[in-house]
Design a protein around this ligand. Sequence first.
Ligand SMILES: Cc1cc2nc3c(=O)[nH]c(=O)nc-3n(C[C@H](O)[C@H](O)[C@H](O)COP(=O)(O)OP(=O)(O)OC[C@H]3O[C@@H](n4cnc5c(N)ncnc54)[C@H](O)[C@@H]3O)c2cc1C
Length: 407
Amino acid sequence: MTEHYDFVIIGNSAAGLQALRTLRRHNRQVSIALIDREDCPAYSRVLTPYYIGGHITREGLDIVDHSFYEEWGVTPVFGHSVISIDPEKHSLQLADSREISFKKLLIATGAEARTIPAATQRACVLRHMTDAEKLVDLFQGIKSVTAIGAGLVSLPLLSHASNQAEKHLIVGSNRIFSRVVDVETSAILEDQLKAKGLNIHKQNDVKEMVEGKQLKLNLTSGNQLNSDLLIVGKGVTPNIHLAAEAGLDISNGVLIDDKCRSTHPDVYAAGDAAEGLDFITSEKTIQGNWMTAVEQGENAALNMLGIECRYQGSLKNNITEIFGIEVAAIGYCQDDVAEIITSWNSTTGRFRRVFLDEKQRVVGANMVGETNDAGLYYQLISTRSIFPGKQMLTGTANYAQTLFRLE
Ligand SMILES: Cc1cc2nc3c(=O)[nH]c(=O)nc-3n(C[C@H](O)[C@H](O)[C@H](O)COP(=O)(O)OP(=O)(O)OC[C@H]3O[C@@H](n4cnc5c(N)ncnc54)[C@H](O)[C@@H]3O)c2cc1C
């Protein structure tokens, strides 16, 4: 028997949840099903390193609780995988053979962590709650921890491991956070992390792993590390196989237009599974951040309801805290812009690097030390504003006045 809904969302996370909220805010009547193979209310993946490190409880990760779905009048179909989509028939199939039909569908299936072939229980990725629970166990009593890949998974996890543990980071490139910050910011951060006791092995990789009392890691440099745990943070692969098999156009992600619509008029995509325009470069990209997933989820939902709304493009937006150091990268942060303005206070550790285009508009910003003005930079970039002046960099600007002038 087929179940019928007006709107079906696959993915109960940043993009899917925002889409659901938007649909309901605008229409109390339509029927909505929200499907996810994880059997729990939506939680924050971003905060999982804090949970693994014992800084917050499991409940602290929850964005909503079980009652939310009933209160918002949505049918949760949790603990079930979608195995195929037929856009022409407007239906999809679950792994237990149930068929669900829709008028409009949102694919918000996110991504999976890339792993490495490793015949050991002591290597672990982090994407889902099952990974987080495994890492909670693996973190117990560790004396040494190694991570491969210097990104938003490895560094926060190393940072939250016990202060008594020896910590190693293996990076393939010649600098850390290379996908997040520019070369100079990377160097500043590297010095600060080394000062906090992190051992960084650049232009390196694990050549061989040998199981023993500890995991022996033979590196391509010839060095050997002994570790109780290997964190694998090698980036993500978007979940696009359902869309590909359904005949939708895909590249790295499900290709979407400026209404977050796929190449089928009744199928939309948002978040880490979707590839849409970057606000600054106008190139197709997957930003892989929470904010983009939320914005695209909202935009998709409005258009699914027939409320025409253009999405102006996504922005890089990473704000995190590692080893007690706040770091943020917003927008386009590459050395090939028209002008870069830098401010560095070695006493306070406050570092700012602002990237301007040829019209003196702010296109990107890197911050280390404090990120309390990150929202202001996000606003300057997304409103294509002219750089207000160097006083902004030193923390002496009156932010309220700057914001007021932007409105
Ligand atoms: C450890 C970690 C730290 C991070 N830190 C940051 C950060 O500091 N800042 C930031 O902006 N972003 C961060 N991110 C990235 C951020 O979490 C993602 O960008 C965001 O979760 C994307 O949301 P999404 O809704 O697109 O997809 P996801 O959150 O990946 O959710 C997709 C959902 O779809 C479900 N699903 C997939 N396929 C199917 C199927 N076939 N059937 C049923 N259900 C399915 C999955 O189970 C999943 O629940 C971090 C991620 C991790 C893992």
